[in-house]
Every structure is written in C-alpha cells, then in structure tokens.
Design a protein around this ligand. Structure first.
Ligand SMILES: Nc1ncnc2c1ncn2[C@@H]1O[C@H](COP(=O)(O)OP(=O)(O)O)[C@@H](O)[C@H]1O
Ligand SMILES: [Mg+2]
Length: 359
C-alpha cells in the first residue's frame, strides 16, 4: 500500500480577501520619474495558492486555510482536516501584529508542527525595544538609540544627528517615511510626537547609519545556512529622498522611492565583510530565537562597520521576495526551498525544540 501523502495546511490571515482590487496599468502611467518595477498584480490569496501548487509539485498534499480573523473557523478546520504540518503565514490577528505570536502559541498547544519561528522568537523581534536589548547584550553592534514613552517638555539625548524616529512595535516599514530622518531638536520633537500620537506606542530613536543596506537570509533549524547576500541599491535615489526602505519604498508603486530601492543579489562585497556579515547574521538569528528561516537586515557604514538594524523571523517568502531571490542564487528552486522549510517543521517531534543556544 502506498503511504499517504503528508498533508500541509498553508495557513494565513486575510480578514477581507475581497478588498484587494487589482491595480490597473493606467494607474501607474503618467508618473514624473522613471519606473523600475512593474506593478505586482498578484493578490496574497493568489500567492498562497501558488505556494500550495508548488508544495503539491514536490509531493505534498497541500491546501490553503485563510483564518479570516476567526479562531473558531481555524480550530474547526484544523480538527476536521487534520493537517500533519502547518506552513505558517499568519502575521497579524484582528489588525494587531502583536498577536502574531499567540497564533503560533495555539499551534503549539494543539501539538501541530508548524514552520518558522516559535512564539518566543516572534515576540523577541516584534518589540523593537526588546530586540535591541537582546542584540546588544549579545555583543552585536546596533545603532545607538533612546526611547520616548510619552510626550515631555524635553527629549534629552546624547546621540549624533541625523537620527531616525520609528514606532517601537510596528513592522514592514510602517511609520518609516522620509520625514522620519531628523537633523535637529525641533524636527526630532515633531516626529516623536507624531509617532506617539499616530501609533499610540513608544517612539524609538536611532542614530541614522549612512551606508549600504544588506539583507542576509538564513535558513535552517539545527544547522543553519546563510544564503547569498542581497543589497538594496540606492544609487538612483534623488537628492530630496533619503536612502532608506521607507513605507512608500516598500509598498507604493506610485512613489518614486519604490523604483529607487533596487535589490541586487549577490551583493559585491569583500571576502572579509561577507564573512563577517554571515557570522553576524548567524549569531543574530540564534540570539533572537528564530527558526527555519529569517532575514537579518544590516547596514555597512562608510567606515566598514556592520550594524544589525533588525531581525525578521518568517520574512516574506513569496516568489520574487528578497529571501527567495537569495535562495535561487544558492541554487534552490522555489518548490525546493518551500519543501526544505516544511521538512524542518516535520523533523521536530515537538514544536518546542528549536535551534541550539548560541555558543
Ligand atoms: N538606524 C538606521 N540607520 C539607517 N537606516 C535605517 C535605520 N533604521 C531603519 N532604517 C531604514 O528603515 C528601514 C526600515 O527600518 P526597520 O527598522 O527595518 O523597520 P521595519 O521593521 O518596519 O522593517 C530599513 O530597511 C532602513 O532602510
Ligand atoms: Mg525592516
């Protein structure tokens, strides 16, 4: 008798899938600058369907499960469909990225193996203040920073301008715009108060590290592998925009910065810097409690120092995203990379076992 195929639930959370309207070609014409990227018209739902297709192509029985902000729906499905493993794409629950960790906590309680970081790793990275403390206590170089929890008469600090002000608990460049970079106390005050009010959370203020931006993809569970390094090329960014991956650069095809933040893989780096960046990525991955796959974002300053900006557990691994670009350069097809990640989850007899502590 043939062994039944392993059943993979591709779990994600899109509360209103019908809200995605396709950007028409007409909308991105008539721009005053030269575009670089075509507008991606794929909806998240189509991307997850594609993941299923690819998982099927490498021998799994796979299906999508959109939990639609509805816990009962999720539990009912998992009980009825009984997947062997969950490919976890949930990043948000009821509009709150801070609840991401609780969803995997539930998978853990249910005893279903799932891909990616455990609740603790997600929690560590989601709170940028906690992340900074963990990274710096492990001796990893990060930009100097201070935190503002509430409006005050004065925001005293001993950092050097330019500074970058960001919300402490957001992700995906939310709250990071051209105006986030400030050059004096009055701009600083304005932006801090904007963040406090707009996001209702502390403001994190960092020294702005000029230089190159590197993305280092790490894959593995017990044994980690670093994939070819990717770089964001800012060389075509006009003078009135800062060299950062702002919210507009990440998400708005009508904004100039979207077309001036161009990923290049592999990045051209000296052997020495490449080696240091890879070791650093490894260490950051472990310190933050990541698992299976993550992307460590760094800056290489003008004086060749590497700073970790942030560690992204479960980064975007849709086809075309940075992580997969690196995987392709390492010789993996999309389906092979997905299969590898599923195998990591299946290899853990219980979800709580994760990568070993850093040495
Ligand atoms: N200290 C910094 N120095 C230089 N650039 C920064 C700094 N912090 C953030 N950035 C820029 O802002 C982008 C988004 O910041 P990040 O902290 O990674 O937020 P998110 O979690 O929203 O991705 C980075 O990719 C980088 O381009
Ligand atoms: Mg980032």
């Amino acid at each position: 008798m043939r062994r039944p195929k392993i059943k993979v639930a591709v779990v994600y959370n899109e509360a209103q899938p019908e809200m995605y309207k396709k950007t028409s070609d007409a909308e991105v014409k008539d721009l005053e600058f030269k575009t670089y990227f075509e507008v991606d018209k794929t909806t998240p739902m189509e991307e997850y369907d594609y993941v299923v297709k690819k998982l099927v192509s490498v021998g799994f029985n796979a299906y999508t499960l959109n939990i639609r902000d509805n816990l009962e729906l999720m539990l009912k499905n998992l009980k009825e469909d009984k997947p062997d493993v969950i490919f976890n794409f949930v990043e948000i629950y009821k509009d709150n990225p801070r609840l991401e960790m609780n969803v995997v906590g539930l998978f853990e309680l249910l005893g279903i193996p799932y891909t990616g970081a455990p609740a603790m790793g997600l929690a560590n990275c989601q709170n940028k203040i906690l992340a900074k403390r963990l990274l710096s206590s492990a001796g990893i170089r990060i930009p100097h920073f201070f935190i503002v929890y509430a409006r005050a008469a004065r925001y005293t600090h001993n950092l050097n301008y330019p500074l970058l002000v960001k919300p402490a608990f957001e992700d995906a460049s939310v709250g990071i715009e051209n105006e986030s970079i400030v050059n004096n106390n009055s701009q600083l005050r304005k932006r801090i108060e904007h963040v406090l009010k707009q996001f209702n959370q502390p403001a994190l203020i960092e020294e702005f590290i000029e230089g190159r931006e590197l993305n280092i993809a790490v894959i593995g569970d017990k044994r980690l592998k670093v994939l070819p390094i990717s770089e964001i090329d800012f060389s075509t960014m006009p003078d009135h925009l800062h060299n950062i991956v702002s919210f507009q650069a990440k998400w708005d095809p009508h904004h100039e910065s979207y077309h001036k933040t161009i990923p290049i893989c592999p990045a051209i780096l000296s052997m020495n810097i490449e080696k240091r960046a890879k070791e650093l990525a490894f260490k950051a991955f472990k310190v933050m409690g990541c698992r299976d796959y993550a992307r460590v974002d760094m800056r290489l300053s003008k004086d060749n120092k590497l700073y970790v900006l942030e560690v992204n557990p479960n980064p975007d691994i849709t086809e075309g995203a940075g992580f997969m670009r690196s995987a392709h350069h390492a010789g993996m097809t999309y389906a092979q990379a997905l299969k590898r990640i599923v195998k990591f989850a299946l290899g853990r007899k219980n979800n709580l076992k994760s990568a070993e502590a850093p040495s």
